[in-house]
Design a protein around this ligand. Structure first.
Ligand code: DCP
Ligand code: MG
Ligand code: MN
Length: 347
């Protein structure tokens, strides 16, 4: 929102394009998917642009902004509005967006439910049209309001401190850190978070690891009433790299909040911190920068010598050599990514 990047001279344009993007993101067609990507590119270019856009020609000089997007940008600048937004705000989009607010429901499921005649959450609860809900979707529906309410930073801090205390009780040598928007939002001045993202790992200099910690931690947090529902448990708790998704609450009077745990091997903590701190647009720009320099970046590390399939660049033909993964700053140093970091911080 405007608060996050108060210094950006084209913030009103970005906000409108975001709004349009969200409407397209609700629909599962390839066309809509493609539009979401193209608005992401335009938004990221506008964020970096240091001055107010003055003309169609100027807009078109920005990377990733073509004729149609430039026209939209000028419409927003000249009229303060974008008619296309209202045009896209149709009944199906409204219902599909509503359904996607249910945890575990994506664009395809939401579209299917709409096509089966569902229009409201009551319709979904009544399984109108014979639709079926998974366990996580049932939890998502039951706590729809809770899960879709942003979490004040202070509450994230309180819940996190309880989680941290419980973890350190299990093993005082654990490395535990809160990531996601709580961390990346410190400097952006973001006042709230969508969920709580927690990283857990452990130094191995004494020959031990964090293996088995997550299982114990979840047991403790369930007993303490901090974790209330599991949404997604790891297949094999004995791995070092695990993802957990669930609901938690500060106390019995608080809303339920989404919480994610990630455990990683000690050596990949830097890459994990970088990735899970985000945001996703920052990550995309950073990955792009890495690719242009001949590297490949993911949540496990920065790699050199990765060979990709020329006809599908997403497909890697080998793993490459690990260049850096333990330290965020080291990765950013190699990528020379200071401008990106500053733009993430809204400076
Ligand atoms: N992430 C990503 N791409 C995705 C999903 C996530 O790069 N498709 C990364 C960047 C995110 C981080 O993981 O910042 C955590 O994911 P969240 O969905 O929790 O996003 P945030 O914490 O940034 O925002 P929110 O406040 O909505 O939780
Ligand atoms: Mg988050
Ligand atoms: Mn998360």
């Amino acid at each position: 929102g405007a608060q996050r990047l108060a210094a950006c001279p084209n913030q009103d344009v970005i906000d409108k394009l975001q709004e349009l993007k969200t409407l397209h993101a609700a629909k599962p067609t390839k066309d809509d998917e493609w539009r979401v990507m193209s608005y992401n590119k335009a938004i990221s270019a506008l964020r970096k642009h240091p001055s107010r856009i003055k003309s169609y020609e100027e807009a078109k000089t920005l990377r990733g902004i073509g004729d149609k997007t430039a026209q939209k940008i000028m419409e927003i600048i000249e009229t303060g509005n974008l008619r296309r937004i209202e045009h896209e705000r149709t009944e199906d989009v409204a219902a599909i967006q509503l359904f996607q607010g249910i945890y575990g429901v994506g664009a395809n499921t939401a579209m299917k439910w709409y096509n089966n005649g569902c229009r409201t959450l009551e319709d979904v609860a009544a399984r109108k049209g014979g639709i079926k809900l998974s366990t996580e979707q049932m939890i998502g529906l039951r706590y729809y309001k809770d899960i879709n309410t942003r979490i004040p930073r202070a509450e994230v801090a309180e819940i996190y401190s309880k989680v941290k205390a419980a973890a350190l009780q299990i093993d005082p040598k654990l490395f535990i850190e809160v990531m996601g928007s709580f961390r990346s939002g410190t400097r952006r001045g973001k006042a709230d978070c969508g969920d709580i993202d927690v990283l857990i790992t452990r130094p191995t200099d004494d020959g031990k690891t964090h293996q088995g910690v997550l299982r114990k931690l979840l047991k403790t947090l369930h007993e303490q009433g901090i974790i209330t529902e599991d949404l997604c448990l790891p297949d094999d708790f004995d791995d070092l790299e695990l993802v957990y998704r669930g609901l938690c609450r500060r106390d019995s009077h608080s809303l339920r909040r989404r919480i994610d745990f990630l455990t990683v091997p000690w050596t990949s903590r830097g890459a994990a911190l970088l990735y899970y701190t985000g945001d996703d647009i920052f990550n995309r720009s950073l990955r792009l920068k890495a690719n242009k320099m001949g590297y490949s970046l993911n949540q496990r590390g920065l790699y050199a010598g990765v060979v990709r399939n020329p006809s599908d660049k997403r497909q890697k033909l080998n793993d490459g050599q690990l260049i850096a993964s333990e330290n965020e700053r080291e990765i950013l140093d190699i990528l020379g990514a200071y401008k990106l970091v500053l733009s993430r911080l809204g400076i």
